[in-house]
Design a binder for this molecule. Structure first.
Ligand code: HEC
Length: 210
């Protein structure tokens, strides 16, 4: 740095270190020790300016003009977006304990579709039974014998767990709980239909059904 007027402090002294040619910082002298007013490196300065600009943009963008949402708003926005998605594809409400046979046409039709696709090979076109038992009589292998009751819940457990050793696989991974409820509801409508070629009764006779 050259020893020009601009390097002088207001009171007129040159205040330049003779060794390094750097200017002394005014008013910073303790016991004869003085501090040099070294130039900051350019990279440091630019970084500093960038942080200032960033802070300004941040302040205006988030707090004043509100171009972008703050964290709380962003969270709420995402929740709202998720709620819309959920509404479009509602999570199938399913409660095993209160499960009852469905009666709506659409459910029974969906159940029949599943039946015709999967169950028909072993349980027969009309539920008359083939490899698997007859669904049209009151005889069931897997009822709740303690309460003399066969309900959709006992049937559901068979479909979920399967009876591998007898050839009935588990459909837990293939069908959703509601799909199983639908196909079982359809099967229940076959009760007493007396189809031709009905397979002989298997299991025990249950009086209460449903
Ligand atoms: C590969 C043959 C096969 C297929 C396919 C099959 N089942 Fe079965 N199913 C059986 C057999 C065998 C049994 C008898 C199990 C036993 O003896 O414990 C059975 C038993 C059942 C029972 C219990 C009947 C009772 O008397 O307690 C239900 C309910 C049932 N199946 C539903 C279904 C449904 C619903 C489907 C289609 C999603 C299906 N099954 C597909 C072979 C099959």
């Amino acid at each position: 740095m050259s020893n020009t007027d601009e390097n002088k402090l207001p009171h007129g002294e040159p205040e330049i270190d003779e060794l390094t040619n750097d200017r002394y910082l005014g008013g910073h002298e303790y016991d004869g020790i003085r501090e040099l007013d070294n130039k900051l490196p350019a990279w440091w300065l630019y970084l500093f300016y960038i942080t200032i600009i960033f802070a300004l943009v941040y302040l205006v963008g988030y707090h004043l003009a509100e171009w972008w949402p703050l964290q709380d708003d962003e969270y709420n926005n995402e929740l709202a977006a998720a709620a819309v998605v959920e509404k479009k594809a509602p999570v199938e409400a399913f409660d095993f304990e209160s499960m009852a046979p469905m009666v709506a046409e659409a459910d029974l039709a969906a159940g029949k579709e599943t039946y015709d696709k999967i169950c028909v090979t072993c349980h027969g076109k009309a539920g008359e039974g083939l490899v698997g038992p007859n669904f049209t009589d009151m005889y069931w292998i897997h009822g709740d014998s303690t309460n003399n009751k066969i309900s959709i819940k006992e049937m559901y457990n068979v479909v979920i767990n399967g009876v591998i050793e007898k050839g009935m696989i588990s459909y837990k991974d293939q069908l959703s709980p509601v799909q199983i409820q639908q196909v079982l509801s359809f099967i229940i409508t076959l009760q007493g239909t007396n189809p031709p070629n009905a397979k002989a009764p298997q299991g025990r006779k249950y009086d209460t059904f449903g």
